[in-house]
Design a protein around this ligand. Structure first.
Ligand SMILES: [Zn+2]
Length: 432
């Protein structure tokens, strides 16, 4: 059974939402340096009737008879938070009384979350039959909702929590044209595709080393509330087969990923100092030198990417050079220890100074076209004891193991997840 089949069984609205999300991400990926574009929000409901603050003494309506629960909500107003909104701008827009806003602000810790509302979130106001405020509810996350109720003359607030049901889902695909497309066809969200690449970023160069025929299988968690999917969680385990070589990783409860034996996936050096989603030469095993135009393994690796694409330190170390010359353009050199040195050439901008300490994955500059080049790209060199090496094949320092006690906790869970993962993987192979 494929993820596509699961998608087909989703309600139509979900599919459209997923489609839109994928389309939106595709646009974002194509324009990596553009700011994220949020769609302009329209009010979900037509503008409401102006609401008066009628919590003051009212003219008694004799026809109502004895009032038992006169704040029983009879009308709800759903307000979607727009960009730049604050609680007070929403109150003003909806014609809600500022006295009520003040009262809510006096509710203490519970109401503090209302000071940090975000675009796209929803507030539900309810009103009684006389149009008086009866309550306000605001989902804090998938499991918790802030609930404010009018109770007689005063406001009461509480957090309503529900238990979410966790289900394990799987996704799988084989790469036909590129990794991103394979991730989308497997039904993974853009965030999950990025996470999958990040899990293996110390073993695999997703920009240059992914080939048609590579395969992956992923187990991840989804959380449901009353049978409805509310949240997609972390990848729990994944397998990636790249050019015939198998890589596996399992998430431990410390939030990090480990190999089935308990060795950290995080290692001293990233395989690539540029995120794969920015690399424009995904499938170009015959890399031409940008100047000589020859298929000649020169002393580094070239990553073609747009000017301005972030370049990160492949490993932690100290910047020993940050400068400019007419061949290298703007360049940065990092010494990691006595043995390892990395160089980053043709940068558009340098973000670090000589002598500065840098951490792995810290941005040190941006891709550019400075120096002797014909187009924007990063030229990356990896030196071991002063000798240029291919960072993809060179032996690198071994990653740390989980401690004995941690390993004892990790192994049973990992074995279970990996057994599930191999079932998925076998099915995939059978259908291949
Ligand atoms: Zn080069």
């Amino acid at each position: 059974m494929s993820v596509i089949n699961r998608l087909k069984s989703l309600p139509r609205g979900h599919k459209i939402a997923l489609g839109l999300l994928n389309a939106a991400m595709a646009v974002l990926i194509m324009m990596p340096t553009e700011p994220a574009v949020a769609s302009r929000d329209r009010p979900v409901l037509p503008p409401s009737q102006p609401v008066r603050d009628t919590r003051q003494p009212l003219e008694l309506d004799v026809e109502d008879g004895p009032v038992i629960d006169d704040h029983r909500p009879v009308r709800e107003l759903l307000v979607k938070v727009r960009r730049g909104d604050t609680l007070s701008s929403i109150f003003a827009r909806q014609g809600l009384p500022s006295a009520l806003l003040h009262e809510i602000s006096q509710l203490g810790a519970h109401a503090e979350s209302l000071q940090k509302i975000h675009p796209g979130e929803r507030l539900t106001f309810s009103f009684d039959q006389k149009g008086r405020f009866a309550g306000l509810s605001y989902p804090l996350d998938a499991a918790r909702t802030l609930d404010i109720r009018q109770s007689g003359a005063e406001l009461r607030s509480r957090i309503i929590s529900v238990t979410l049901e966790h289900r394990i889902q799987y996704a799988q695909a084989s790469v036909s044209s590129n990794f991103w497309g394979a991730g989308v066809s497997a039904g993974l969200s853009p965030g999950q595709i990025m996470s999958l690449a990040a899990m293996f970023a110390w073993d695999l160069d997703f920009g240059l080393d992914i080939r048609a025929g590579d395969r992956f299988a992923v187990l991840y968690e989804q959380r449901y509330k009353d049978g409805i999917l509310v949240d997609t969680g972390h990848i729990l385990a994944a397998e990636f087969i790249n050019q015939g070589k198998i890589y596996r990783a399992v998430r431990h409860d410390d939030g990090n990923y480990y190999s089935p034996e308990g060795r950290a996936m995080r290692k001293s050096f990233l395989r690539a100092p540029v995120n794969f989603s920015h690399i424009s030469s995904n499938f170009n095993p015959r890399r031409l030198h940008p100047v000589t135009g020859q298929v000649k393994p020169h002393r580094g690796i070239d990553y073609a990417a747009r000017t301005g694409t972030p370049v990160v330190a492949a490993g932690s170390g100290v910047v020993v050079e940050s400068g400019y010359n007419r061949f290298n353009g703007n360049y940065v050199v990092i010494r990691h220890d006595r043995t390892y040195l990395t160089k980053y050439l043709h940068l558009h901008q340098r973000r670090v100074k000589k002598g500065e300490k840098v951490k792995q994955e810290q941005q040190i500059g941006t891709v550019g076209a400075t120096g002797r080049v014909t187009g924007p790209h990063l030229h990356y060199e990896f030196l071991v004891n002063g000798v240029h090496k291919d960072p993809k094949s060179v032996d690198l320092p071994q990653a740390a193991f989980l401690s004995r006690g941690e390993l004892d906790r990790f192994r049973p869970k990992a074995d279970k997840l990996l057994a599930q993962l191999s079932k998925v993987s076998e099915v995939m192979l059978a259908n291949h």
